[in-house]
Design a protein around this ligand. Structure first.
Ligand SMILES: [Zn+2]
Length: 473
């Protein structure tokens, strides 16, 4: 009997979700395609190629299938190639962003913080913002994130290529009900292996774990070919580097090394005074940066998270239009109540701008991520565009800013042979902007063709598709 009841459902599911081969795309994805896979000669572009080298003008890019076949001036036109004059437009590699999430915050009366999964809107928004590859920086619905990655790879839904990170691994401490905790290094190792078996490829650790926990997690993760990143609090950056962590999140924004009289393995959530008192020129700071670099620890700046309220956009990057009415209300209330009252946040933002840049300038691998959490002002896609603008505010040159958002991310993920720069032989992951980014970094907000694996998608159509839905789906 049971079988009889289930059978129609199974047939229905099969009809509804035809199996799709690796290289095909569904009608759902097709809607956003402006340039189907083929052969294109894109002429007269201004290129910022991701290597950190100065921009080049009057460049042609030849795309053949999934790959960049050639880049140079006045390229010959091969047979069966569509020629497109891109005069006035500019191009950079697809962004490779390393602290993204597929969730958005909500306020709850039961716990002071919570998030909702945005499986439907965020993958579209990331791609629309120019992100062609991303690592999630912690998952709230691990099975959903793994599944979304698979659906994107199979061409069923649209979004960037993904490196999926585990849920935030931690001991009890952070009052977020949706987080899962462990109480021994053995249990932590069991969770690492569980996440690896699920198909996750990175591990994220959080605020309250001990050094012993971290050591066990790092060893277990490395044995499974996974890298470990941390938003730390109980463990200092110096200690984490000694233990063998691969990456530290939030730049110096969650750095416990400057907390006075810090007790080992103990989290002090209020790290701002130590941070504000830290002197960028001191041995305390320069020595720590040197120690991280010597131990091959990459640092992810999420400087946009600290963007102050006063006189700034409500949702930086232009993302207010994306929010559902309830989310808009929540974000606006907070933003309005903080106008003129965020002097500490402004000081913190300015200090972090110095320190995160100092890590890069000293030769550290600085990577970028936007971390759409906190107060709801950070919206996928829009925040990625905004982060590039903030990098210019920080004093980075445009080629440096682009490199941090592209090549550096690819280097961290060990994917720099295939993505991260505009070079012959690499995958055609290319952001073509309607305006010239060398004239104004905000050209990143102009309409884009986002090529991923040689297929061009229209950013406007993607943004339009989810306008008013962030916070709901
Ligand atoms: Zn995060």
């Amino acid at each position: 009997m049971r079988n009889n009841i289930l059978l129609p459902l199974v047939i229905l599911l099969c009809l509804h979700f035809p199996s799709i081969s690796q290289d095909s795309i569904s009608a759902e994805v097709e809607k956003y395609v402006s340039h189907p896979r083929g052969s294109y000669l894109l002429q007269n572009l201004t290129l910022v190629d991701g290597t950190g080298q100065p921009a080049r003008r009057n460049q042609d890019i030849l795309i053949n299938g999934e790959y960049i076949a050639e880049i140079g001036q006045d390229l010959d036109i091969p047979e069966n190639t569509r020629v497109i004059d891109m005069n006035g437009r500019s191009a950079m590699p697809g962004m490779v962003m390393l602290h993204e999430h597929l969730f958005y915050p909500k306020s709850t009366p039961e716990a002071n913080y919570g998030v909702d999964q945005m499986s439907f809107s965020f993958p579209k928004l990331y791609l629309a913002g120019g992100v062609t590859s991303m690592r999630t920086g912690g998952s709230i619905m691990p099975q959903a994130d793994v599944s979304i990655k698979q659906w994107i790879d199979e061409g069923r839904i649209i979004g960037p290529k993904m490196d999926v990170t585990s849920p935030h691994m931690d001991r009890v401490g952070v009052p977020i009900m949706e987080m899962f905790n462990f109480d021994s290094p053995e249990e932590a190792v069991r969770q690492v292996n569980f996440y690896a078996d699920l198909g996750m490829t990175s591990i994220k650790v959080y605020n309250f774990l001990t050094r012993e926990d971290l050591k066990a997690i790092v060893d277990a993760a490395h044995a499974r070919n996974m890298k470990v990143t941390g938003h730390l609090c109980s463990i200092t950056y110096r200690e984490a580097a000694d233990i063998g962590i691969d990456n530290i999140e939030h730049g110096f924004g969650s750095c416990p090394d400057f907390v006075e009289n810090k007790v080992a393995d103990q989290c002090y959530p209020f790290m701002v005074p130590g941070l504000l008192a830290s002197d960028p020129g001191s041995e305390e700071v320069t020595g720590l940066i040197r120690h991280l670099i010597e131990n091959n620890v990459a640092m992810t700046t999420t400087i946009n998270v600290w963007e102050p309220y006063t006189g700034r956009e409500i949702v930086p990057g232009g993302g207010l239009v994306a929010l559902a009415p309830t989310a808009k209300h929540m974000v606006y209330q907070r933003w309005a109540s903080m106008q003129g009252k965020d002097s500490v946040a402004i000081a913190q933002f300015n200090k972090l701008k110095l320190l995160d840049k100092q890590f890069h300038d000293a030769g550290g691998l600085l990577v970028a991520g936007t971390d759409p959490t906190y107060d709801g002002r950070i919206v996928a896609g829009y925040a990625n565009m905004r982060l590039l603008e903030i990098f210019i505010e920080m004093g980075f040159t445009l080629p440096e800013a682009v490199m941090i958002c592209t090549y550096n991310g690819a280097r961290y993920l060990d994917l720099d042979e295939t993505i991260g720069t505009l070079e012959k032989g690499k995958l055609a992951d290319i952001v073509i902007m309607k305006e010239d980014i060398t004239k104004n970094v905000s050209a990143i907000r102009s309409e884009k063709i986002v090529f991923k694996n040689g297929i061009g998608y229209n950013s406007r159509a993607l943004f339009e598709a989810v306008k008013g839905y962030v916070g709901i789906r």
